[in-house]
Design a protein around this ligand. Sequence first.
Ligand SMILES: Cc1ncc(C[n+]2csc(CCOP(=O)(O)OP(=O)(O)O)c2C)c(N)n1
Ligand SMILES: [Mg+2]
Length: 432
Amino acid sequence: MAKKKKIVSKAPVRLSSNGRGQHAQQSPVQSSSQRTYTIVDNRLEKPSFSVRQIRKGDVVHYEVEGDLSAPVPPIRESQYLNKQQAIEIYRYMLLNRRMETALENLYKQGKVVGGVYFGLGQEACSCASAYALKKDDWFAPMIRNQGALLVRGFRAADTMMQYMAKAGSPTKGRDGTSHFGDIGERNMVSPISMLGDLIPVMAGVALGARMQGRNIAALTWIGDGGQSTGVTYEGINFAAVQDLGLVLIVESNLWAYSTPSEMQYRIKDLAERAIAYGIPGVIIDGTDACQVYDATHEACERARRGQGPTLIEAKMMRMKGHAIHDAADYVPKPLFEYWRKRDPIARFEKYLLSKKWLTSEENKNLIADVERELEADRDFAVASPMPEPESAAGGVYCDSDCHKIKPKYGVPKVKAGKAGAVKKTESALHFK
Ligand SMILES: Cc1ncc(C[n+]2csc(CCOP(=O)(O)OP(=O)(O)O)c2C)c(N)n1
Ligand SMILES: [Mg+2]
């Protein structure tokens, strides 16, 4: 029998702009029918490395290849943030980090019921994006966005009590992690664990607002792994054809559980997916608070003008395991070292100091103030009671007169017509 010839792919490998290895497409034939698309890339550096899976028998590990020696880029000047806003974002980022450190300690003391999720290295992505929202906008956080809750008015004590299942927690002790919302005051849709499912829900929130005659921004986040789910496609596509104000931040943090992004998708950058939806796509450095704020602010403004959704890809790295149970031993150590140098808080602190928006004395006071707030919140959360057993039969959101949920804005006020700038006589839904 003829021996089978081993086929070796000679396709050239190109490095994507977050360093992911990728087989280049066949060289494009230049012709007048060639289409070109633009993805805005606001980053001041484009990392060039990729993660490769090495298999030895049944054992698999990952290695990183490429240039990991590049100097840390400066923070990009914001076109919109003033001194006071920038300092506020910095404070939220600090609070976000300290709160998660405290949660890790509470877990180790056996006070947490269940696991703990962290957004280490992603504080700029969570806090600076939520900061771009206005009062009437809506948001739906995922597990890495505990900082966004702080920006929207939750206290660190709320999240801590939630993890400890205390009676005073947002779910009155009925959930140990993040499954709570606030449709009354903070316009927050509860996280949904099924990855991607928040996207059509947030498109629906934007549609609901339009039916009331208003356009709003509806912000949510999705991981680089989660964005591959079918419902993500359906949700963005619906928002795109209806010009709904969905602002989707893809948290491109290089890992989904223990799977590197190289093994999750084949395109160069996830922002490119925007091309297929027919909406704007933007790449930003997710460790640069100014870039995060500016891109989200612009996307929110577009949303409020009724011009439809925007997809923002924030490049960064998940600096811990998936949750507290995961030591992330599979992540090549040099990757941690590379991204630790790009710590979003240290970078922003340096930026504020060098811009003289903060003196080192003011910085010291601000950090001490955050620590004081955090410690008070932690002590309050730890001392607060567990729920009474008999309360288990009660509702999560309703104390009495259970479960009548009143519509927040009333019934639809607009009728058939086109989307975009909404007038009383126009339709919320536009049919083509
Ligand atoms: C539809 C669906 N599939 C699988 C899971 C299990 N799951 C939860 S988180 C996770 C990894 C998510 O990775 P990514 O989206 O990159 O977010 P990251 O954890 O990196 O922030 C998986 C597979 C899920 N919750 N929902
Ligand atoms: Mg991920």
